[in-house]
Design a protein around this ligand. Structure first.
Ligand SMILES: NC(=O)c1ccc[n+]([C@@H]2O[C@H](COP(=O)([O-])OP(=O)(O)OC[C@H]3O[C@@H](n4cnc5c(N)ncnc54)[C@H](O)[C@@H]3O)[C@@H](O)[C@H]2O)c1
Length: 257
């Protein structure tokens, strides 16, 4: 029996085939899960529909994580179609482009608000909506994605670093809150990968080169490697792990210089 057979999951954050969330969706589907995928706005609908055509009986739904009414609709549909939920993959993050190139001291109030709303608060909103469906299954696993910029300064990561610090703290508070209901909450802190979101960060290719030069494994990571780690956290293999930020970065986080 596959590790996620008979399980259902919601995957938020697929933009295209390079998305980390798409690699996780593929791995979860291969492990036997039935999935719902969401897309943010009509611009991305075609991409997500085309990708999910290869999955078994997927649900494809619109979701902007800043819109509480859309969140409610997604979970109503999940309840109707799946009758419960075993896991949630949260791969949404955003900061206005200028916040990722201007000096950090120029961070605007609105840019800060948007980055924290989309990239951190949304995990709370989605977890709250997922909870009753996970309780129907006797528990669940929630997973989000962070970056070392939460803790260390990387050029141009700026307000996204602040949002990731809030996200990692949110993981711990949610884990404490939902643990008694057997719902686990974890993050993977991935090494840098060329995705749509990464393209917005000025000088991103320099960051990639620094990892190739200095990470213990002397290379960057790819989305399939993040997905393999995600399978550990989403399946029973990780049943005793919660409130964790798992580094999947070739060991870069351990380097001093
Ligand atoms: N690529 C990297 O180097 C890297 C490293 C560590 C962590 N991460 C994190 O991984 C996660 C996935 O990013 P990715 O690199 O796969 O890029 P991506 O661009 O493929 O995915 C980001 C997703 O966020 C979604 N999103 C943005 N605003 C949204 C909103 N208001 N409502 C709903 N969805 C919204 C986008 O539609 C997109 O699907 C993000 O949290 C990112 O910060 C990425």
């Amino acid at each position: 029996m596959s590790s996620l057979s008979g399980k259902t999951g919601l995957v938020v954050g697929v933009a295209n085939k390079r998305s980390i969330a798409w690699a996780v969706a593929q791995a979860a589907s291969a492990a036997g899960a039935r999935l719902a995928l969401t897309y943010q706005g009509e611009r991305l609908e075609e991409n997500v529909r085309e990708l999910s055509a290869g999955l078994t009986d997927p649900l494809v739904l619109p979701l902007d994580v800043t819109d509480d009414a859309q969140i409610a609709r997604v979970f109503e549909e999940l309840d109707r179609s799946f009758g419960g939920l075993d896991f949630l993959v949260h791969g949404a993050a955003y900061a206005p482009r200028e916040e990722l190139s201007n000096p950090f001291v120029q961070t605007t109030r609105e840019g800060f608000r948007m980055a924290l709303d989309v990239s951190a608060y949304s995990l709370i909103a989605l977890s709250r909506a997922a909870l009753p469906l996970m309780e129907k299954r006797g528990g669940g696993s929630i997973l989000t994605f962070s970056y070392l910029g939460s803790d260390r300064v990387f050029p141009n990561y700026n307000v996204m670093g602040v949002a990731k610090a809030a996200l990692e703290s949110t993981v711990r508070y949610l884990a404490a809150d939902l643990g008694p209901k057997n719902v686990r909450v974890n993050a993977i802190s991935a090494g840098p990968i060329k995705t749509l979101a990464a393209a917005g960060i000025g000088g991103f290719s320099t960051i990639l080169q620094v990892y190739r030069d200095r990470a213990p494994l002397r290379r960057t990571v790819d989305t399939s490697e993040v997905a393999d780690a995600a399978m550990f956290l989403l399946t029973d293999a990780g049943r005793a792990v919660t409130a964790e930020v798992l580094m999947v970065d070739g060991g870069y986080h351990a380097t001093g210089m």
